[in-house]
Design a protein around this ligand. Structure first.
Ligand SMILES: [Zn+2]
Length: 142
């Protein structure tokens, strides 16, 4: 029997820019060129104004843990080999109201705190890569 397969992102018209950037190691969300409102998850229009042209924008990949949970039971067979893993909401440095649903990696679950400083890392997955986050230890070192 083959090992379980982890599901891969399926880019569509709204999300293609995000996955293309991730494949190249950049974290991109969206911002409205008319009113400046940030948007994530990707959308086809500004959530705050009718006329705004929402556009991809690269962010630093730095943020803080807003909330998290430790998953110890796999409900999808593709995650069995990843247990336990951490699902988190990470607030972006550029706009803390933008929170990415992601995984925290390179950290023991017991060492995670809300407001912990984290930075993006990319896990290759198929034709793209998954933005995930790890703790910032010391500036420029890991
Ligand atoms: Zn707008």
């Amino acid at each position: 029997m083959s090992s379980p397969v982890r599901q891969r992102p399926v880019p569509d018209a709204a999300t293609a820019f995000h996955w293309a950037a991730a494949a190249e190691g950049r974290l991109e969300v969206q911002r409205c060129s008319a009113c400046g409102t940030w948007q994530y998850p990707p959308s086809v229009g500004c959530p705050a104004c009718i006329d705004g042209a929402i556009e991809p924008v690269a962010v630093s990949g730095r943020g803080t843990v807003y909330s998290f949970t430790v998953v110890r039971q796999a409900f999808d067979p593709g995650f069995v080999d990843h247990l336990p893993y951490v699902v988190a909401l990470v607030a972006l440095e550029e706009e803390p109201a933008i929170r990415l649903l992601t995984n925290l990696v390179e950290v023991e679950p017991d060492a995670i705190d809300v407001d912990m400083a984290v930075e993006v890392v990319f896990e290759p997955l198929g034709d793209t890569a998954l933005p995930q986050f790890r703790p910032v230890t010391r500036r420029g070192e890991h």
